[in-house]
Design a protein around this ligand. Structure first.
Ligand code: SF4
Length: 885
């Protein structure tokens, strides 16, 4: 295999890739030998090469907004932190890091903050992702351990997906499951308030009320016990707490009728689910953000784990509870102690022996002795002035944290903010010092995926400008603060060796995370490290499944079932806010779109932020598809396009988490999400915020195409879509379009034509349609359509975007202005991102060519033949065509 082997930087599946340089540029392919993906990639992974763009990157350090050298910038960082510590103590400073950091970055950050600065105040955006799973694992297993591997999904007879849209959020894992189902008839149950793409392979979809998972699994535990499925001998030998867990479960959910009342499910479907689980020993329960991002997230995790422990369905082939993480290195962060309530290497603050051990290992006399502030608390402390110096790495909390406006206000008030990142973001705007970070393809280190597999991220291109890795910046600051010896690393291999040595230090099998067997890796062996599943102790059994024969990481080696109780979301619907807003991911985007938003074909699957709601709710509010609706919560408001869909339960809403101020007038949806958190894990409730809706009569719609991105007025709806040769903006307004000179001025603002440009216009006042084009040296620079209600239809961006930059001959001007000269045959919204196959193309081919299967579509159009992420949508189209026929 030629090329550089690395790992995809997006989700927690952790797919291996190979990167080759070709005449056309770099080519990123799935690594056929990587055991997590065996060559597959999803649409995001397959587009990685297109994100390797230096344009717009942060290329040099900035101090107070002006370019500076590294020495000046790092001196300023060290000085800012040293002053705050000297004047206000170590707890007046904090780091907020990211699941995008490599383990080596994470390790140095944790060591600097907890070991040498002497505060627990380092938390990570993984708090938003899987902190509840961590807390649930620790309560049940005595350590943060995922017991199984991806193979278990292929060897199971039943896979239950709880709060997990695997098809869109972990697509390669979904493809592995779909293939296994096709080969061996695996039953699949989806437990999710929404009918998601994952339901395409589901035998049963339980559309339960948001936040009611605990009741469903309490009822399951009761049913398993009553039906005689408790593995009494195994439980007696390897677990405690069954009786208390059963008593608690019976109180809330002892009868199916009660489960039905709490979950909103029909008694029959609950009974079907319980019978299916009871009779299927090989059951894997996969859970993700729908479980974790909840004010009862930890209890949900333990309610699921309780059922597996009671039946001894854990650690054996095809069975076990399985948390899948959202981020590429959420697990690596957990290994080093990147969460504020962890110490290091699966050791906690609650164990004096662990504190002593870590102090001795690091030779760190100022070691923090108590947990620091979790993400939401941390930004509250920034807001109320307790945090005087904050370093944010590889994450964008100004867009992605709940109550984003409050976070922005807190950052604006913070005396000293450092941000290290690859691109300018909503957060870099608040930085006193901005540090240009090396990105994917430039960084060198390791990540750990959801199945405990450590893989290398290897560099294959030089970092642009002066960008440097985060570990290097941290070590430089550590040395400037006076800890020369502790932070003199020769490179990532040296950091990894130290991290591995700490994991094995005085471990003796007491801690799950032990890679002491890798502590002596030479630099060459680190470079060549193949994907490796922990534990890898210096002596003893490595890798594999855990817990089939007990061996939990508690004092007595026994697991703990938890007596969890049901409680609904903290901020349920009420008179003022009668809906419940759920937020989450879409198929082709990643986080706040700093990378995936660069790729036109990824943007064209879903190219506007939408609010999905049940058709009955939409009808009641007189909202049709694409109509504007104002969404208001106790913390903020935004305007989105309505998308009525049977996939939603009545009363529930869904909006994607990806859009920011850079991409849409409404900015991040996290403006609207409240501050409720799980009391144990501190994870925010991102999936259940009470909301109100107000339809906004759409007075006009429009489309703007421009070569360059630029800010648009805020008192209207706009959403930016990168297209092949520039930018498209969907436009709409709830206030009437101005008239006369005001309209001309408005159009001029949108077009922003250079002085030497030639402007064409076609105005149909009676019809309410206004068309403009700007030519620079005869080439199309901008195009604008504004259409009052009842005016001309607004075309899709892709039909015209290819004309941007094209020379327009005199005879062609009218056609370009009218939009009748098209750059493409109308393919419609992109469904298959890998081969850019659009909805209209698919519908035409299905009808005209009689395509009746996924294989037919693949042969005719190639759609669905690469990553497979679009297959659920293709199946939906085939079903719709069949129904229509
Ligand atoms: Fe990357 Fe997709 Fe694999 Fe996730 S499933 S690691 S996003 S290629």
């Amino acid at each position: 295999m030629s090329g550089v082997r690395s790992t995809c930087p997006y989700c927690g599946v952790g797919c291996g890739v190979t990167v080759n340089a070709t005449e056309q540029g770099r080519q990123v392919r799935g690594d056929p030998e990587h055991p997590s993906n065996f060559g597959r990639l999803c649409s995001k992974g397959a587009a990685l090469a297109e994100t390797l763009i230096d344009d717009g990157r942060l290329l040099a350090p900035l101090v107070d907004g002006r370019p500076a050298g590294w020495d000046e910038a790092l001196d300023r960082v060290a000085d800012g932190f040293a002053r705050a510590i000297a004047e206000h103590g170590p707890d007046s400073v904090a780091f907020y890091v990211s699941g995008q950091c490599l383990t080596e970055d994470y390790y140095v950050a944790n060591k600097l903050m907890k070991g040498f600065i002497g505060s627990g105040n380092i938390d990570t955006n993984s708090r938003l992702c899987m902190a509840s799973s961590v807390a649930g694992h620790v309560r049940a297993f005595g350590g943060d351990v995922v017991p199984g591997s991806y193979e278990d999904l292929e060897e199971a007879d039943l896979v239950v997906l709880v709060g997990s849209n695997l098809a869109w959020c972990h697509p390669v894992l979904f493809q592995r499951l779909a293939d296994a189902r096709a080969a061996r008839g695996t039953k699949v149950v989806v437990v999710d308030p929404r009918r998601t793409a994952s339901c395409e392979i589901a035998d049963l979809h339980l559309a339960l009320a948001p936040g009611s998972d605990v009741a469903l699994f309490q009822g399951l535990l009761v049913h398993l016990a009553e039906a005689g499925h408790v593995a009494s001998d195994w439980v007696a030998a390897h677990a405690r707490g069954l009786e208390a867990a059963l008593i608690a479960a019976a109180r809330d959910a002892g009868e199916i009728a009660e489960v039905a009342r709490l979950t909103g499910l029909a008694p029959d479907e609950i009974a079907d689910f319980y019978r299916l689980v009871a009779r299927t020993e090989r059951t894997v329960t996969v859970y993700s953000q729908g479980v974790n991002q909840s004010s009862a997230g930890t209890d949900k995790v333990n309610a699921i784990i309780n059922c597996h422990l009671a039946t001894a369905r854990i650690g054996r082939p095809g069975m076990g509870p399985f948390s899948v993480t959202g981020q590429p290195n959420a697990m690596g962060g957990r290994e080093v102690g990147g969460l504020a309530n962890q110490l290091a290497a699966h050791m906690g603050f609650d164990d004096p022996a662990a504190l002593d051990r870590v102090r001795r290992f690091w030779d760190a006399p100022r070691l923090a002795t108590r947990p620091g502030l979790k993400a939401i608390e941390l930004f509250e402390a920034v807001a109320d002035g307790r945090i005087k110096a904050l370093w944010i790495m590889a994450t964008n909390p100004a867009a992605s944290l709940p109550r984003a406006d409050r976070v922005r206000a807190a950052l604006a008030r913070c005396p000293f903010v450092v941000v290290s990142d690859c691109w300018p973001t909503d957060t870099t705007r608040f930085a006193h010092v901005t540090l240009p970070a090396a990105g994917w393809g430039e960084k060198d280190g390791t990540v750990t995926n959801s199945e405990r597999r450590i893989s290398r991220q290897r560099p294959f291109r030089p970092a642009p400008g002066e960008a440097r890795p985060d570990w290097w910046m941290l070590a430089e600051v550590g040395r400037r603060l006076g800890w020369e010896r502790a932070f003199s690393y020769a490179g990532p291999a040296a950091i990894f060796r130290e991290h591995a040595a700490l994991s094995g230090f005085e471990n003796h099998g007491t801690r799950g995370f032990d890679i002491g067997g890798l502590a002596a890796l030479a630099d060459e062996a680190y470079d060549a490290l193949t994907p490796t599943t922990w534990p890898v102790p210096a002596q003893g059994r490595a890798g594999g499944r855990l817990f089939a024969e007990g061996g939990f990481f508690t004092a007595d080696g026994k697991a703990r079932l938890q007596p969890v109780r049901f409680r609904p979301p903290q901020a349920g619907p009420n008179e003022d806010f009668p809906f419940l807003l759920n937020t989450g991911r879409i198929r082709d985007q990643w986080h706040t779109m700093t990378r995936t938003g660069l790729v036109a074909r990824l943007m064209s699957h879903i190219d506007e932020p939408r609010l999905t709601l049940h058709p009955d709710d939409a009808a009641r509010l007189n909202l049709g598809p694409g109509d504007l609706v104002r969404v208001t919560t106790a913390d903020g408001e935004t305007v989105l396009r309505a998308e009525p869909s049977e996939a939603q339960r009545p009363g529930d809403l869904f909006a994607a988490m990806h859009w920011t101020d850079d991409f849409a007038a409404g900015g991040p949806i996290d403006r609207l999400v409240g501050g409720a958190t799980d009391p144990i894990s501190g994870q925010p409730e991102l999936k259940a915020t009470a909301a109100a809706l107000r339809p906004l009569p759409t007075q006009w719609r429009g489309l703007l195409l421009r070569r360059e991105a630029r800010a648009l007025p805020g008192d209207m709806y706009w959403a930016r879509v990168p297209v092949e040769r520039g930018q498209a903006y969907h436009l709409a307004g709830w206030d009437a379009l101005p008239d006369g000179a005001d309209l001309e001025a408005f159009a001029a603002t949108l077009l922003a034509a250079p002085a030497a440009a030639e402007r064409l216009e076609a105005v149909d006042r009676r019809g309410g349609t206004y068309r403009y084009a700007v030519l620079v040296e005869g080439r199309l620079d901008a195009w604008l359509l504004l259409s009052r209600a009842g005016g001309a239809a607004v075309p899709a961006p892709a039909t015209l975007a290819g004309l941007l930059g094209e020379y327009v001959a005199d005879g062609g001007r009218l056609g370009v202005l009218a939009g009748t000269v098209r750059s493409e045959s109308p393919a419609g919204r992109i469904v298959c991102s890998c081969y850019s196959v659009g909805l209209d193309t698919l519908c035409r081919a299905i009808e005209a060519e009689g395509l009746a299967s996924i294989a037919d579509i693949g042969l005719a159009l190639k759609a669905g033949t690469n990553c497979g992420s679009c297959i659920p949508e293709l199946k939906g189209l085939l079903r719709a065509a069949e129904a229509a026929a």
